[in-house]
Design a protein around this ligand. Structure first.
Ligand code: TA6
Length: 333
């Protein structure tokens, strides 16, 4: 019985299992998380990459390109790539750093979490630099990533990055959760929470501008780094009557990106029309790189909720209790 057949057969029996280890595309190892009310998520060890998040009805909430390549060294086009230790070309490493095209391991002995959880649908992954990484970025680190589904189906990613240099050297990095949200039609989407903020425009040599007082709407290619944003941002999909609420901690900036038609055609692992069905809103630390001395640890947290838009008019579904501030101001311990 082949891997996929076995995992499918296993799935029915293990449907309720909160955590299942199985094979995905190209036999890559993946972990499937399931929550009792029916929501689910999938994480590939390749890149520590979340590639699926579904609500209790089985509706997919993240965009993954039909042309995505699941093979090193290419990063998977869609889901939640992790940009570390460098965002974009803010440094001399490859675009968006190397964490997104390395094989991560299951973390069998993670340090205790600050907030104990009764939740069982989670997995802990770990990345440490290989020899080849130390040649291009000469720093020892331990990157622990927890991916969890809350009882209400929210998706939570917690990154804990520790400087384990033995030579007393500090290191600095930039970071992003490069989330691709699935939307019904980009021209029906508004992003709220970034009004009047300053941003760096990647389409104009990162010149600095100030955003208008209205929500962001999409009529052409957009690629901006918003600086010092609130910890809560909303992505409203009018046609789908759905709002994604992005909460972030330890990540002061936010990137908003849609490649539109020309850039879409130029990307080999992206369909020409797919720009209509995705928007990237990325919780990030870019303007002020994070600096860690040996022994110090940084925490960067992302919490995603999908709620019926009628709920999101400045208030959320009263039944869903979500912490407002998810990581103490100083995200370095
Ligand atoms: O986050 C936006 C961005 O930096 C864009 O400039 C665009 O390049 C995008 O990331 C995708 O980058 P990738 O390396 O995945 O093709």
């Amino acid at each position: 019985m082949s891997a996929s057949a076995s995992s499918t057969a296993g799935d029915e029996k293990q449907e309720a299992a909160p955590v299942t280890h199985c094979k995905g595309v190209n036999d890559l190892d993946k972990v499937v998380l399931r929550e009792v009310r029916g929501s689910s998520a999938e994480v590939y060890l390749y890149g520590g990459h979340v590639t699926s998040w579904k609500d209790e009805h089985g509706d997919e909430l993240l965009f993954v390109s039909n042309k995505a390549i699941f093979k090193s060294p290419k990063a998977i086009r869609g889901g939640i790539p992790i940009c570390f230790p460098q965002f974009s070309n803010f440094g001399n490493l490859e675009q968006h750093g190397f964490a997104r095209n390395r094989i991560w391991a299951i973390d069998t002995d993670p340090p205790a979490f600050p907030v104990p959880t009764s939740n069982t649908a989670y997995v802990d992954l770990i990345l440490k630099p290989a020899e080849e990484d130390l040649k291009i970025w000469p720093h020892s680190f331990e990157y622990r990533l927890r991916v969890a589904l809350s009882p209400g189906g929210d998706l939570m990613l917690t990154s804990r990055i520790r400087n384990t240099n033995a030579d007393g050297k500090a290191f600095s990095f930039t970071f992003a959760y490069h989330t691709y949200f699935k939307v019904s039609d980009i021209s029906e989407v508004r992003v709220e929470g970034l009004e009047t903020l300053d941003y760096l425009d990647n389409l104009q040599d990162r010149a600095r501008f100030t955003e208008q007082g209205d929500a962001i709407v999409f009529e052409s290619e957009l690629d901006r780094i918003y600086l010092g944003t609130p910890s809560k941002i909303a992505i409203i999909d009018h046609e789908k009557k759905r709002t994604f609420v992005v909460r972030k901690g330890g990540l002061p900036d936010a990137v908003v990106w849609n490649p539109w038609d020309k850039k879409a055609k130029a990307m080999s692992d992206f369909g020409d029309d797919e720009y209509k069905r995705m928007v990237c809103v990325e919780a990030a630390a870019i303007e002020k790189p994070v600096t860690l001395k040996p022994g110090e640890e940084w925490t960067g947290k992302l919490e995603l909720s999908a709620v019926p838009s009628s709920y999101y008019s400045g208030q959320l579904d009263p039944d869903r209790v979500i912490q407002d501030s998810i990581v103490p101001e100083d995200s370095i311990s």
